[in-house]
Design a protein around this ligand. Sequence first.
Ligand SMILES: [Fe+2]
Length: 232
Amino acid sequence: MEVQQFFYSSDNLGYLVYGTEHAVAIDPGAVDEMVAFADARGVTIEIVTNTHSHYDHVQGNKKMLKLTGAKFLDCRDLKARGFIEIDKERLLVFHTPGHMDDCLSFKAGHRLITGDTLFNGTVGNCFSGDLEGFFRSIKLLTSFPGESLIYAGHDYVRQSMAFARTIEPDNPHIDDYLDNYDPGHVVSTLADEFKVNPYVRFNHPFLVAAMAKQGLPVATEYERWCSVMEHY
Ligand SMILES: [Fe+2]
């Protein structure tokens, strides 16, 4: 199973997950490019779906469905199914609420498609108000092996590293992270995220000390998560 990243609008990212014959289009904003890529590989786009129902992620659905005759699976259908089979391999589906209640993440081997839940360098806004659900989602996504690749719903790398630097100005990994940043293929490993992303580093002694100094609650892991989300 392979994953191809596509760019659309100013910073949106969509994905085609494909096997030997079939493909699933996730957040298919780059409709024409995805169809051309599938044609060139000789694979049929048979399912269209989304990481969540925000307009910028679903805007390509209609055209993609019309062009390909693929089947649409909405987030609720997929949450119940738990996986999509592509040429006898399983694309796993996880419910990862927080940014929105219907957010999903996908796991294709060691590649994680995380939508607006976990970005390269930051996390999504908690528009659902469900900070506890978001905490569980981030705990789940960060429980996978360090070499897992993070394929997110937007490229916010430069902004998120500029922000991370305001919190941890002496973190040497931020420069390495930016050196490795390729605007033509936006990806990082989970291990990279643990080195630079403040929103997965809420247990790191530096951040815990910084939050405690500001009088924020840091006694439990959940308190540290809430402090980092509410304060930064
Ligand atoms: Fe979103």
